[in-house]
Design a protein around this ligand. Structure first.
Ligand code: SAM
Length: 207
């Protein structure tokens, strides 16, 4: 029996995220992409064949999902996905056994609002360490902006998350900018995507 797990939301959002990746990933240059919180592996197996020059490194905090990620990798036509690593983003990247020291790209989808804030902090701190100069971090999800959550469906979603776990909830782009600033990362572009989600594209500044 297939070990693949399918999240419906991930199936729905993957073509929209792909368009953003196609705007920012260099399809002609060799490169390395690290995904934090790969979930089931649906995203990495869908994205990787579009970028054969880029090596994708999936990772997941929940060890029970690694079998699903591996099953997706096995069925991917291209061979540019490395075996998944078990990574807790609140730990230091030097303990992660990464295959390369620095990455061109970091991808993080639908994690920061469904995990404690220390995961958001860990994501930015580690992005500062693992991204090359001029490297990009691409995040996807629903966000607050300057204290405002829009529309009502996102307000309701935020309330629902916080009632499930008081440490969860939509993150504010202004707070993310503060975390980013501490590690030399700047917000490059914000994409408004369907279902009131956004892609945030961050760049590590070369000093
Ligand atoms: C809603 S799922 C999104 C999964 C996948 N990115 C997707 O879009 O299908 C949230 C993910 O955040 C991960 N997560 C929670 N805490 C984490 C941590 N401390 N470090 C890394 N990932 C974490 C969960 O294991 C889960 O895979």
């Amino acid at each position: 029996m297939s070990k693949k797990i399918f999240y419906p939301a991930t199936e729905r959002n993957k073509p929209h995220i792909l368009k953003v990746l196609q705007n920012h990933l260099n399809e002609t240059q060799p490169g390395n992409l690290l995904e934090i919180a790969s979930g089931t592996g649906q995203h990495v197996s869908f994205f990787a064949p579009h970028f054969p020059s880029i090596q994708f490194q999936p990772s997941e905090y929940d060890g029970s999902l690694l079998k699903s990620i591996k099953a997706f990798i096995e069925d991917t036509a291209t061979k540019n996905i490395r075996p998944p690593l078990e990574i807790d983003v609140t730990t230091k990247s030097k303990t992660w056994n990464l295959p390369v020291e620095k990455f061109d790209y970091l991808l993080n989808v639908n994690m920061v609002h469904i995990s404690p804030y220390k995961c958001t902090e860990g994501l930015f701190q580690n992005a500062g360490d693992v991204l090359k100069d001029d490297g990009l971090m691409i995040m996807y999800g629903p966000y607050a902006n300057n204290g405002v959550i829009e529309p009502q469906s996102n307000i309701d979603f935020d309330r629902g998350l916080r009632s499930q776990n008081p440490e969860w909830g939509l993150r504010d782009i202004e707070d993310l900018k503060v975390l980013a600033d501490k590690v030399g990362i700047k917000l490059l572009k914000v994409y408004d995507l369907p279902s009131n989600n956004k892609c945030l594209v961050w760049v590590k500044i070369a000093y």
